[in-house]
Ligand binder design. Structure first.
Ligand SMILES: *Cc1c(COP(=O)(O)O)cnc(C)c1O
Length: 379
């Protein structure tokens, strides 16, 4: 019965590249013709486009999402003795940057429905050492930024949005990720909604001074040439990446709409098959614009890994984001966290599973995914 079933990858970048191939190749040729390899006109154009797109005043192109976070935290003066508050349920880059700067990671557990930082628990985590708040817009849905910003402004703290998974997402007030805090950090890793042909990232801010500092910092803190007022590094963005990204940016909203339609379609299919008791669907906060970098379902902990194996055995791509909270990572063992410290995160790490949501999924793909899950539950 299953012999000829369709394969459904978790992400299919071939399908995205095919219609853009000629345009991308011509742009890459032009980067060579102009020798605009590092920085240069393509990077400057992308910075302006990203600023305009997010509604922030400035964009600063950098080498990755991780480096965006590192530069942002460095520019805010995060260092030894400081505490930075973030979510333990994130890609480790968010947390790694805090620890690399010698600061202490202070985790606030997540909201069980959105998987984003639980803003009602934020204030209790603030001390006189707190230097910044770093909410993560996980899976493409904004953290509750009205609540985060209210706490931040009460305590005079800057907010860095980890918007690596959330380009184009909007909070409940209609404003875009990257313009909701003091600094926004984006990743162009190929699996993000706006993916480069390699690594890349962008920092957004409406603070003129911070924009200037971060632009210098990404290039060894150098201004003017060979004068180094501050310590920075090589965190520059390549021209080839910027050229590719400007082409893809024109399609980003349409791709996000297709992801959103896929999410609606999945909800209908899970409903029709009577699966919604066993399969928890993504929760979307009222009025937000979710861009579904991931479509994450939730199942019983003792069934999750078997469902994962079942999906893979039937050529349906899936992945676990993330199998454990950052507080349990060996790299943070000196911070002294223990199992049980963040129970909402730990439960999510045991129960969630991401299934394919990429824009080019066909109806047949989606039906196949839901059929394979229905088969697992004998539905
Ligand atoms: C991808 C990602 C990053 C890191 O971005 P890179 O470009 O891979 O360095 C940081 N935070 C989150 C939440 C991410 O998903």
């Amino acid at each position: 019965m299953t012999a000829t079933r369709l394969k459904v990858p978790l992400l299919d970048l071939h399908a995205q590249y095919a219609p853009l191939r000629d345009e991308i190749r011509a742009a890459v040729d032009d980067v060579f013709d102009k020798l605009a390899f590092v920085g240069g006109p393509y990077v400057q154009t992308l910075e302006k486009e990203l600023a305009a797109y997010t509604g922030a005043a400035h964009g600063v192109g950098v080498s990755s999402g991780t480096d965006a976070l590192l530069v942002a935290m460095t520019a805010l003066g995060v260092g030894p003795g400081d505490e930075v508050i973030t979510s333990p349920y994130t890609f480790f880059a968010t947390v790694g940057c805090i620890a690399r700067l010698g600061a202490r990671c202070v985790f606030v557990d997540i909201d069980p429905k959105t998987y984003n930082i639980d803003a009602t628990k934020l204030e209790a985590a603030i001390t006189d050492k707190t230097k910044a708040l770093v909410p993560v817009h996980l899976f493409g849905q904004c953290a509750d930024m009205a609540a985060v910003n209210a706490v931040a402004s009460k305590h005079g703290l800057p907010v860095i949005e980890d918007a690596a998974q959330a380009i184009g997402a909007k909070d409940a007030d209609g404003r875009m990720a990257g313009s909701l805090g003091t600094i926004g950090c984006f990743s162009f890793y190929p699996s993000k909604n706006l993916g480069a042909a390699g690594d890349g990232g962008m920092i957004t801010t409406s603070d003129d001074d911070l924009a200037h500092i971060m632009a210098i910092m990404r290039n060894h803190g150098m201004e003017p040439a060979y004068h180094h007022e501050m310590l920075g590094g090589n965190f520059r963005l390549d021209g080839i990446q910027a050229a590719v990204l400007s082409i893809k940016l024109k399609h980003l909203d349409a791709w996000a709409d297709a992801r959103r339609e896929n999410a609606c379609h999945y909800a209908r299919l899970f409903e029709e098959r009577g699966l919604t008791e066993r399969v928890g669907l993504p929760y979307v906060r009222p009025d937000v614009h979710h861009i579904y970098n991931q479509y994450t379902i939730r199942v019983a902990a003792d069934e999750r890994d078997r469902l994962l194996d079942h999906l893979r055995a039937h050529d349906v791509g899936c992945a676990i984001y993330y199998p454990s909270g950052c507080h349990m990572q060996p790299a943070l063992s000196s911070h002294g966290f223990a199992e049980g410290d963040f129970p909402v995160t730990e439960a999510a790490a045991r129960e969630t599973l991401a299934i394919p949501i990429y824009p080019e999924l066909t109806d047949e793909h989606k039906s196949t995914v839901v059929d394979v899950i229905a088969e697992f539950y004998g539905a």
